[in-house]
Design a protein around this ligand. Structure first.
Ligand code: AKG
Length: 287
């Protein structure tokens, strides 16, 4: 990966043998709840771990059908803003975000105190030109520590041909790197991209079957290509943060998913609102 610096492009060396900058080491239990020791090491070294089986067939069918009902109500190709923070508005999305098997795996990488921070559905329909430029999730929010992880829950299969997520393994060990404004396109799900070129051979495809998930570190470089297949590709990305982490940017209300908040850095939602009408949903982008 090459990073632009002072007008030139310099190689960005992935640090070898350094542990993830999660700061969670002292809090993560020696007895993992869901991941094996190898998987935890993989997350620390690579910044990503997958596949993790999460949903039963029945849970998957329920979630997928609730999502499709919502899409019908929103007019099939809604502004992606309307697919953000669905856990604040829909019981089915909250159930996914607070699913015990998801939280067990999250606990294994960020510790027992977990705030449900935010969520977004990344939906690419058949032959969808939508793509995601290479970026780091942590660039946006200004976090004091990187004890923050994303679960990407596959509601369909997610493979190279339908535009699965792609990551640069180990890139999280560089911490947060400079970003530039991304090429402005309605097809790009993000507005900023890393100021580096990622070579094709540096990218790993995060292949997932429906009902599986990956966990990715907040500083890992990742993105995705358009959907070139005749199948949809739908993923629910749910973000979790340790209560000890401060955030510079204002944030949506968080939900205490597990454990305790001894710090009070975030607004906590006791009773998540459940909004159903289209008008209310349209306002949800600025909730
Ligand atoms: O779903 C994708 O293609 C990209 C997901 C992503 O950027 C994220 O979850 O942070």
């Amino acid at each position: 990966m090459e990073i632009a610096s002072g007008g030139g492009r310099q190689p960005m060396t992935i640090l070898k043998g350094k542990r993830a900058l999660s700061g969670a080491e002292s809090e993560v239990s020696t007895m993992p709840k869901a991941l094996s020791h190898n998987q935890i090491c993989e997350y620390e070294q690579d910044g990503v771990v997958f596949p993790i089986k999460v949903l039963t067939e029945g849970e998957l069918v329920t979630a997928r059908s609730a999502f499709e009902t919502l899409m019908k109500a929103l007019g099939e190709r809604p502004d992606s803003v309307l697919l953000r923070h669905l856990h604040l508005f829909h019981g089915w999305a909250r159930d996914l975000a607070l699913h015990p098997r998801v939280l067990d795996a999250v606990e294994d990488v960020i510790g027992p105190d977990i705030l449900l921070h935010s969520s977004t559905v990344f939906c690419k329909r058949q032959r969808d030109p939508g793509y995601v430029s290479w970026h780091q999730d942590g660039y946006y929010s200004g976090l004091s520590e990187l004890q923050y992880t994303s679960a990407w829950l596959a509601l369909t299969d997610s493979c190279p041909d339908n535009g699965c997520m792609r990551v640069v393994r180990g890139s999280h060990r560089q911490g947060i790197v400079p970003h530039n404004r991304a090429f402005a396109s309605p097809d790009n799900f993000v507005t900023m991209e890393i100021a580096c070129r990622v070579e094709e051979n540096e990218a790993t495809d995060v292949n997932l079957a429906p009902g599986e998930m990956s966990l990715h570190h907040v500083a890992i470089v990742h993105g995705s290509n358009p959907n070139a297949s005749d199948r949809p590709r739908i993923g629910y990305a749910v973000r979790y943060v340790s209560p000890r982490v401060r955030q510079k940017l204002d944030h949506y209300p968080t939900i205490l998913a597990r454990g305790h908040d001894r710090f009070g850095h975030y607004r906590l939602l006791e009773e998540p609102p459940c909004l159903h009408s289209r008008k209310q949903l349209a306002r949800s982008g600025s909730f």
